[in-house]
Design a protein around this ligand. Structure first.
Ligand code: NAD
Length: 487
């Protein structure tokens, strides 16, 4: 049996987590398991009152614990204890996640959960290493840039990697001395609730980590517009990012980090190792069934290598087999919901209508749950819906080029600039391209993150503002004050 489990026997804490306690609540959001479509819970929607209660609890916890003002090493130790507990409870956490989301249980313990625990440790180490600085002034004065936490950070996360996204927000905000009110996606909130329970059990002050459940328009709007939320950290679609900016502008002014959508190109030159390239490219659109912000969904290949590379990618795409996320043997994920699967299908159909040719896929899979075939579409121009839209499903397009200029022109997207891949062995060309690509990340001869958490992630263009991960994410959770002392 190993990690496989019976989905009907997983117990969930259903409710908000505020002040170190679960506030049991059910509501109107019908939640269905992506792997078989069965309903399993009715999610609540926190209104402005509940959000206010969470913010008050965060403020009270900061005051009572002096979290932002204790010896920084104490924050490091507390966060590391939390990371240790997350790892110790990995099986329980993995079951909750695999039940509700698209993440297969076999990928969670050594993947999402181990990485999240390590990222929390990584951020905890900044607490006593990054701080205020003395700066050069004339000798009649002393100049200082004083670094401080914000207070209460409001965080909002998407459904595609619920544990990882919660970790990206909570780790740096807490290490930097803030309290957090987190609103996870209404489709996958329960792993975040359990992570908050673990934070309290690990000894973090009650109320430092609060989780409110609900949707964007009600709960998200109340959170981002709350006057005592000093900073907003958001990951999700560009559409929701715009709505959040608008809401914040209406309610006042506050700093925000926005990690938004993508439509990332993968450019392949004929001198690349085509077998390894095919594995990386097929992997990037089949991993989590393409439901990754950085999924490399636009293959742009030098014409002389196109047939060989496309054939190798097709073979790998066709090998994907659906399976429930609670089966340890499953590699290929379902789509999160029936609605999202219909959206994927509609864009594929519109792409074909506009002249695209499906080389494989383009259909629902014959399986319970919301599975969609890995899909490869050729004959697409820059106006084709499969090129323009962030599909957020297992759909790859293929386009060819002959010159570097053509490759660059195809790679450029009118809206997005999140990530990009470059496969080539000519070093000078690689560096030339890395300089020219308009994206927050350029992966060369690979298409995945490593476990080097020091590399920040974030978008150019409408893929976002600011960075997650890296030193940048820690610093984005502190503000600075210039102090000038006349001697
Ligand atoms: P989404 O934008 O629909 O929802 C994300 C979160 O925002 C959810 O918690 C949702 O309830 C909330 N929300 C929606 N409207 C809101 C509003 N008006 N005010 C406040 N909160 C609101 O995105 P999704 O479908 O959950 O996730 C997929 C999207 O997330 C894709 O576009 C993907 O590229 C993006 N994403 C980006 C990154 C990154 O690092 N750039 C990482 C993961 C996912």
């Amino acid at each position: 049996m190993g990690l496989s489990f019976d989905p009907d026997r997983v117990s969930l804490s259903i409710g908000h987590f505020i002040g170190g306690e679960l506030i049991a609540a059910e509501g109107a959001i019908e939640m269905r398991r992506p792997s078989d479509g069965n309903a399993y819970a009715a999610g609540p929607v926190a209104g402005a009152d509940m959000v206010d209660r969470a913010v008050e609890s965060a403020k009270a916890a900061l005051k009572a614990s002096n979290w932002g003002g204790v010896r920084p090493r104490e924050r490091t130790r507390a966060l590391q204890a939390w990371a240790d507990l997350i790892e110790a409870e990995a099986e329980t956490l993995a079951r909750i996640e695999a039940l509700c989301s698209t993440r297969p249980v076999g990928q969670l313990i050594a993947g999402d959960i181990a990485i999240t625990a390590e990222q929390i440790r990584f951020f905890s180490e900044f607490a006593d290493k990054e701080g205020s600085e003395l700066v050069p002034t004339d000798d009649a004065s002393l100049g200082m840039i004083m670094s401080e936490p914000y207070g209460v950070v409001g965080a909002i996360t998407p459904w595609n990697f619920p544990i990882s996204m919660a970790g990206w927000k909570l780790g740096p905000a807490l290490a930097a001395g803030n309290a957090v009110v987190l609103k996870p996606s209404e489709m996958t909130p329960f792993s975040a609730v359990y992570m908050a329970e673990l934070a309290t059990r690990a000894g973090l002050p009650a109320g430092l980590v609060n989780v409110v459940l609900g949707d964007g328009p009600t709960t998200g709007t109340a959170l981002t517009g709350h006057p005592d939320i000093a900073k907003v950290s958001f990951t999700g679609s560009t559409r929701a990012g715009s709505a959040i900016m608008e809401n914040i502008a209406r309610a006042g002014v506050k700093p925000m980090t926005l990690e938004l959508g993508g439509k990332s190109p993968q450019i392949v030159f004929a001198d690349a190792d085509l077998d390894k390239t095919a594995t990386a490219i097929a992997g990037s659109v089949t991993f989590n069934a393409g439901q990754a912000c950085v999924a490399g969904t636009r293959l742009i290949v030098e014409r002389s290598a196109a047939d060989r590379l496309t054939a190798a990618i097709l073979e790998k795409m066709k090998a994907a087999r659906p399976g429930p996320t609670w089966d340890e043997a499953t590699h290929y994920s379902p789509i999160i919901s029936e609605r999202q699967r219909a959206r994927v299908d509609n864009i594929v159909r519109a792409a074909v209508e506009a002249g695209g040719e499906c080389l494989t896929g383009g259909n629902f899979m014959d399986s319970p749950g919301y599975f969609y075939e890995p899909t490869l579409i050729a004959n697409v121009d820059q106006a084709n819906p499969a090129i323009i839209e962030e599909i957020f499903g297992p759909v790859l397009t293929v386009q060819t080029f002959e010159t570097e200029e053509e490759a660059l022109a195809l790679a450029s997207h009118p809206t997005y600039g999140l990530a990009s891949g470059l496969f080539a062995t000519d070093l000078s060309r690689t560096i030339r391209f890395a300089r020219k690509l308009e994206a927050g990340t350029v992966w060369v001869n690979r298409y995945s993150r490593s476990r080097d958490h020091i590399l920040p992630t974030g978008g150019y263009k409408r893929s976002g503002i600011g960075k997650d991960l890296g030193r940048d994410a820690y610093l984005a959770n502190r503000r600075t004050k210039s102090v000038l002392i006349s001697l």
